[in-house]
Design a binder for this molecule. Structure first.
Ligand code: SAM
Length: 254
């Protein structure tokens, strides 16, 4: 039988994000470092594409209310950015914000997003706090890599505490001491935030996630830390699609 976390991922995650959408920005705004850390990971992705992103398409999978999209837009001001999310409620909040004409949003599960639906292959893919919410981590990862061109960076920004008892303890303390009480006080709903606590505890350690990324075909896979109370708890996981293979010689061998 599925664990409660797995059952939530399979059945109710999108609906819970729909219900949480109106208060989501207020909740994450109370988390010191939330936006700064997204910006750090977005800049790490930008290091892999350069040139302000001119002429490039960057996909933000699980864009939510647009916090990660904003971080990408700052890091790559010339790029076309396509935010993708399964929650109509989260996207509705994202769309109320002011965006450059180069930013657009698509309502889709990450697993169903194809390059054709997003206007073409991605020159970079970002997924912040998405993978842990997907019922099949490997399927979501392969959907992300399927969108990316050869050589494109694929960057995850994600909680991962399984490798450290200290990180798990801090995480539990923060969730039950701050996040869940705040959700109760501000929204009268705690289901999503209790799920957040458990789903992070049950998610891959950093080494296991790197292994998945390598198994998904990514190269140069590495974890980089983020500062603040999230050190050892939230990480940037960066990889890159393999470069295009050499062109096959034509039949005359030239
Ligand atoms: C924790 S929020 C993160 C939002 C945003 N990336 C940020 O950094 O603030 C996770 C988002 O992933 C979306 N999501 C969950 N499962 C998804 C899936 N299978 N495909 C696309 N989006 C999904 C949720 O609707 C939610 O908006």
């Amino acid at each position: 039988m599925d664990s409660p976390v797995q059952a939530m991922k399979t059945g109710a995650v999108t609906e819970e994000f729909d219900l949480a959408a109106a208060d989501y920005d207020r909740m994450v705004g109370a988390n010191p470092g939330y936006h700064d850390h997204l910006e750090i990971s977005a800049r790490r992705l930008a290091e892999g594409v350069g040139d302000g992103g001119a002429g490039l398409r960057v996909v933000d999978l699980g864009c939510g209310t647009g916090a990660s999209t904003r971080a990408l837009a700052r890091a790559l001001p010339q790029a076309e950015i396509v935010g993708v999310d399964s929650s109509a409620g989260m996207l509705a909040v994202a769309r109320t914000k002011s965006w450059s004409p180069r930013v657009r949003f698509v309502h889709s599960r990450a697993e169903d997003a194809t390059a054709a639906r997003l206007g073409g292959p991605a020159d970079a893919v970002f997924a912040a706090y998405l993978l842990r919410n997907c019922p099949d981590t490997d399927a979501a990862l392969s959907a992300a890599t399927a969108l990316a061109r050869p050589g494109a960076p694929v960057v995850l920004h994600e909680y991962s505490v399984a490798d450290s008892a200290a990180a798990r303890a801090v995480w539990t303390l923060v969730c039950w001491g701050v996040v869940i009480p705040l959700a109760l006080a501000w929204t009268r709903r705690t289901r999503l935030y209790r799920y957040l606590w458990r789903s992070v505890l049950e998610f891959d350690g950093a080494a296991a996630l790197r292994e998945r990324m390598c198994a998904a075909g990514l190269e140069d896979v590495a974890t980089r830390p983020l500062p603040g109370w999230q050190r050892g708890i939230v990480h940037t996981f960066a990889g890159r699609m393999p470069p295009a293979g050499p062109q096959a010689p034509d039949r005359d061998g030239v």
